[in-house]
Design a protein around this ligand. Structure first.
Ligand code: ADP
Length: 266
């Protein structure tokens, strides 16, 4: 079983305040996945981020922050707005995948997952198993869910990866993003950033700098924290650049791809 995350940075124009799909990138990725599915049989789960669809409304409505009871109706509507926005992105993705011939089936987190203080506490994954058994490719994505402490919260695609991997025990966990992997500092803003082939501790980072200013879910640091907690369970993962043509295909085929392996070992 392979769990593949495709970052919102690849699928959308994340700097944009409006919702925009990167159609060319989406089509290329869909065709790389299809090529690999045709090449060899495998169980595949796709997780995708919310990119420019989810982050601006999540920031606007401050979902995941404590609020006064009087604001409840407004927050609840904000929750609905975010759920609907990320669903739109998912629809574009599923459409591109189905057009390519991938049996993609959406399994939205808001439909079956709940959390407490922004961490997933419940979510029965039996349906994933059953879709996989029937040859579907289940797709889940960054979403809003009910939270026992905060009423509502955002669950990032990166936390979903962690939850799925912890509970489904996949053979391979891969995150495709818009950089080659983890550096000691943000490579987009620091030309001298040093690349890590292996990464095992947050202390290796020079700065705990986030990512784009519209991201409420933690950027690279958020990703690394989730993946290190997986590493603690003995589950290794790899961050690769999904903007590089054929990287997704190669990684699905277990071929060598530049990237950062996140594990606690040396
Ligand atoms: P995605 O939407 O693909 O999940 P994000 O935009 O949330 O990805 O995170 C990827 C971004 O994190 C990169 O584009 C990069 O600018 C930023 N980043 C910040 N710090 C680092 C770092 N130390 N190493 C690599 N990337 C970093």
């Amino acid at each position: 079983m392979i769990i593949l995350k495709i970052g919102g940075s690849i699928l959308t124009n994340k700097d944009s305040q409006s919702s925009e799909v990167d159609a060319a990138s989406l089509k290329r990725i869909a065709s790389e996945i299809k090529r690999s599915l045709d090449n060899s049989e495998k169980e595949l789960i796709i997780v995708h981020g919310a990119g420019s669809f989810g982050h601006p409304p999540a920031k606007k409505h401050k979902i995941g922050e404590e609020f006064d009871k009087s604001q409840y109706p407004e927050k609840r509507l904000g929750f609905c707005e975010i759920q609907n926005e990320v669903k739109k992105l998912n629809m574009f993705i599923c459409e591109a995948f189905i057009d390519e011939g991938i049996p993609a089936i959406a399994v939205p987190a808001s439909g079956f997952i709940t959390a407490a203080d922004k961490r997933i506490t419940e979510g029965d994954l039996d349906l994933f198993r059953r879709y996989l058994d029937k040859g579907f490719v289940p797709i889940i994505y960054g979403d809003v869910v009910l939270d026992d402490e905060l009423e509502f919260c955002v669950i990032s695609g990166d936390q979903l990866i962690q939850y799925l991997a912890k509970n489904l025990n996949p053979d391979v966990v891969v995150l495709g993003t818009d950089v080659d992997g983890v550096y000691n500092k943000n490579p987009k803003t620091h030309e001298d950033a040093i690349f890590f082939e292996k990464f095992s501790s947050l202390e290796d980072l020079d700065t705990l700098e986030g990512t784009t200013n519209v991201d409420v879910t933690g950027g690279m640091v958020g990703k690394i924290k989730e993946l290190l907690s997986l590493a603690d369970l003995g589950i290794e993962s790899k961050i690769i650049n999904a903007e590089v043509e054929d990287n997704i295909f190669k990684v699905l085929e277990d071929k060598e791809v530049k990237g950062t392996v996140i594990s606690r070992g040396n």
